[in-house]
Write a protein that binds this ligand. Structure first.
Ligand code: ADP
Length: 212
C-alpha cells in the first residue's frame, strides 16, 4: 500500500506506539480511554498498511514507515517564509544602466525599487529594462523611477501567506515574482522575494516527501 490517510485515532495510536512501543493492544486502548475492541479495527488497518508490526505476547511496534499526509494537506501548509529568496533592491534614483548591472550581478530577473527609508516604491522586470534600452544610448541618465511599475500597483505578499496564494497572484497578474513585505514596521519594508523558481522548488520538495 503506498498512500493512505489516517484518521485522528489511528494517528494517535501511531504516536503512542512510536514513543512507547512495543506496547500491547490493551495498553494502547487504556492510554486512549477506549476498549481494546474499539481500537481493534484501527490496529488491523495500521498493521495491514505496514505502519505497525505485531508480535504475539510482545505487542505492537512501529515499523518505521513514514506517516503520509496527503499532497493537498502539505501544499496548504507551505508558507512564503519557508521558500523565499533574498530580495535584490535598487534605490529610486539609480540609473537604468546601474539597474541592468545589478540584475546581472545579483543574478535575478526582477529588482525591487526602494526609497530612502528602504520602503518599496517600484518593481523593475527584465523587459522593463530591455524596453528602455532599445534605441536609448544614455541609460546612465534615466532614473529607474521613470520606468518602473509603481505603488499602488505592486502586488506583494507576507511571510505567513500560503505559497499557494502567492502562486495564484503571480499567475493571475502574469508576473514572475512578488516582493515579501515585513509586518514589523509600518512602511512596506522588503524582506524577501518569491519567484516562480521558488514555487518550482517547493513543488519538487512535495514530490520528494511523497517519494514520487
Ligand atoms: P517580464 O516583464 O520580464 O516578462 P514580469 O512578467 O515579472 O517580467 O513583469 C511584467 C510587468 O509587470 C513588468 O512591467 C513589471 O514591472 C510588472 N511587475 C512585475 N512584478 C510585479 C509585481 N509584483 N507587482 C506589480 N507589477 C509587477
Amino acid at each position: 500500500m503506498t498512500q493512505m490517510e489516517l484518521n485522528k485515532r489511528q494517528t494517535e495510536i501511531l504516536e503512542i506506539v512510536k514513543a512507547d512501543g512495543p506496547i500491547t493492544g490493551e495498553h494502547i486502548a487504556e492510554r486512549l480511554n477506549l476498549t481494546r475492541a474499539t481500537i481493534r479495527p484501527d490496529l488491523a488497518i495500521l498493521t495491514m498498511a505496514g505502519y505497525l508490526d505485531a508480535r504475539p505476547r510482545v505487542g505492537y511496534f512501529y515499523s518505521g514507515k513514514k506517516q503520509v499526509h496527503s499532497v493537498g494537506d502539505e501544499m496548504i501548509g507551505m508558507q512564503v517564509g519557508d521558500f523565499q529568496s533574498t530580495p535584490a533592491v535598487v534605490t529610486e534614483h539609480s540609473s537604468v544602466y546601474d539597474a541592468i548591472c545589478q540584475m546581472f550581478l545579483q543574478d535575478v530577473g526582477t529588482l525591487f525599487v526602494v526609497d530612502e527609508k528602504a520602503c518599496l516604491t517600484g518593481v523593475l522586470s527584465r523587459k522593463d529594462l530591455l524596453r528602455t534600452s532599445i534605441g536609448n544610448t544614455e541609460l546612465e541618465k534615466i532614473p529607474v523611477h521613470v520606468i518602473m511599475t509603481r505603488m499602488p500597483n505592486i502586488v506583494y505578499c507576507h511571510k505567513k501567506d500560503t505559497l499557494l496564494s502567492a502562486a495564484r497572484k503571480m499567475i493571475d497578474k502574469q508576473i514572475d515574482s512578488l516582493p515579501v513585505i515585513g509586518t514589523a514596521t509600518e512602511g512596506l519594508e522588503v524582506v524577501g522575494r518569491i519567484t516562480k523558481t521558488n514555487i518550482t522548488a517547493a513543488f519538487l520538495t512535495l514530490a520528494q516527501d511523497h517519494e514520487l
